[in-house]
Design a protein around this ligand. Structure first.
Ligand SMILES: Cc1cc2nc3c(=O)[nH]c(=O)nc-3n(C[C@H](O)[C@H](O)[C@H](O)COP(=O)(O)OP(=O)(O)OC[C@H]3O[C@@H](n4cnc5c(N)ncnc54)[C@H](O)[C@@H]3O)c2cc1C
Length: 409
């Protein structure tokens, strides 16, 4: 295997992309389309990280962030629009995207107050969201419990089939001659005189004019000077039920996006969350193992919010690693003082709302030195003072949350 991989390593490329998740594949596609010679390296296969283990929900904006909100909205709107138009046309693929809208469910008064304030803030900025009380929410999604406090209804969101998008991007990149070199761990980024010059892999070195690190949860192993805590692995778990008739017309999230779910094209209910019942709340571990208490929390959440789903059988569970950043925002841009070194990582629980626009922004940055999209809040160097802290209560430590979801009877 080692010899075979080594034989296939190119001597040099214009751009080496590390990581063949949705972000790396998108960057590779956009760079290759612009005529760059690109090779993508992955320690495993295409989409084997979070990009092949996620919930498939996508949309625009985020109620969780008041700072950086405009840039988040601009990037995620570009992402959503690219999925529906530009990229769908270019790749001749619909990614099984359904623009259904989505709801964020309040199961207590605190969440209701938070969501109502988020809705007002977004409406002031002409964003198409609405607060619905319990009855209005049930008119939209009849399976909802009678005991919920209301929902934020986001019209501009939906869900897709993650593998379909990742492989469409990879195939698009290949069409423009990008190479995918899988099962080849990158062990080091090579530099000389303050400039990135290539990468070292387990099977040999490759020279590169630019290096893009798109390794999400694993990023600190390649950028060891990134302050501890700036990006940490966070294990998420998902369960899938037997197929049922149409019961969930749109994806949902609840509890500050910590729990979420949707009905897939095949009729199965997919639901994830409850990291707080995992070992160490799922933080800091690199093993992709299912921890039964977390799955129990997810099942209870589903049955509580949607009582009609109480008797559904769970047919599959899995785990995957997200890259959580200290402030909940991704890192997209040039890295440190090293010329030709770029990073696009730390997409927390929402990479499918960012990835395809990030590919475009990163390709512009690598090819032209600047991006037309505002990347300022996503500057990867913002943690360089060494004072990274978990200041986003919604993505970071979860101990303030109850272990079991209850709704007042
Ligand atoms: C359980 C779960 C549910 C989720 N639900 C949603 C959702 O509903 N909607 C949403 O938008 N997002 C969701 N996410 C998050 C989303 O999946 C991620 O934000 C997104 O996939 C990140 O893409 P990526 O390409 O940055 O990372 P990844 O897909 O993790 O790709 C990183 C790649 O880098 C490779 N790599 C790492 N180190 C090296 C190295 N040294 N050498 C070579 N290769 C290396 C890895 O093998 C991996 O393939 C979820 C994630 C999980 C785990």
């Amino acid at each position: 295997m080692a010899e075979e991989q080594q034989q296939h390593l190119p001597n040099s490329v214009e751009v080496a992309v590390i990581g063949a998740g949705v972000v790396g594949c998108s960057i590779a596609y956009q760079l290759a389309k612009r005529g760059k010679s690109v090779a993508v390296f992955d320690q495993r296969g295409i989409g084997s990280g979070a990009s092949g283990r996620n919930g498939g929900m996508t949309g625009t904006g985020s109620a969780l962030h008041s700072s950086g909100g405009e840039a988040i909205y601009a990037l995620t709107s570009e992402n959503f629009s690219m999925l529906q138009d530009e990229l769908a046309r270019e790749l001749d693929d619909d990614f099984s995207l359904l623009v259904t809208g989505g709801i964020d469910i309040a199961t207590n008064e605190e969440q209701a107050d938070f969501l109502k304030a988020a809705v007002s803030r977004q409406q002031e900025n002409d964003i198409d969201v609405e607060w619905l009380n319990g009855q209005e929410a049930r008119d939209l999604v009849p399976a909802l419990s009678e005991h919920i406090y209301g929902v934020e209804w986001k019209r501009y969101s939906g869900h897709l089939w993650p593998f379909q998008l990742v492989h469409a991007l990879a195939n698009g990149a290949r069409y423009y001659n990008a190479r995918f070199i899988t099962h080849t761990p990158v062990t080091r980024i090579l530099t000389s005189n303050g400039t990135a010059t290539g990468i070292e892999t387990a099977f040999g070195s490759v020279e590169a004019g630019a290096v893009v690190v798109a390794t999400n949860a694993w990023t600190r192993s390649l950028l060891p000077d990134l302050p501890e805590g700036a990006i940490v692995p966070s294990r998420g778990q998902i369960l899938v039920t037997q197929p049922v008739g149409q019961i969930l017309p749109m994806p949902f999230s609840t509890n500050y996006d910590k729990e979420y779910g949707r009905q897939t094209h095949s009729g199965q209910i997919l639901c994830g969350g409850f990291r707080r019942l995992d070992v160490d709340e799922g933080l800091g571990h690199f093993t992709e193992e299912v921890h039964p208490p977390a799955v129990g929390g997810i099942a209870n959440c589903l049955a509580t919010i949607f009582p009609k789903m109480r008797d559904l059988k769970v047919v599959r569970t899995w785990a995957g690693l997200m890259g959580f950043t200290a402030d909940g925002l991704p890192m997209i841009g040039s890295y440190g003082d090293t010329k030709g070194l770029f990073v696009a990582a730390g997409f927390n629980g929402g990479g499918f709302s960012y990835a395809v626009a990030t590919g475009k922004a990163m390709a512009q940055l690598v090819a032209n030195g600047r991006s037309t999209l505002d990347l300022e809040p996503f500057d990867p160097n913002r943690f360089a003072s060494g004072t990274a802290s978990w200041d986003n209560p919604f993505t970071a430590g979860e101990q303030n949350n109850p272990g079991k979801l209850t709704l007042d009877a």
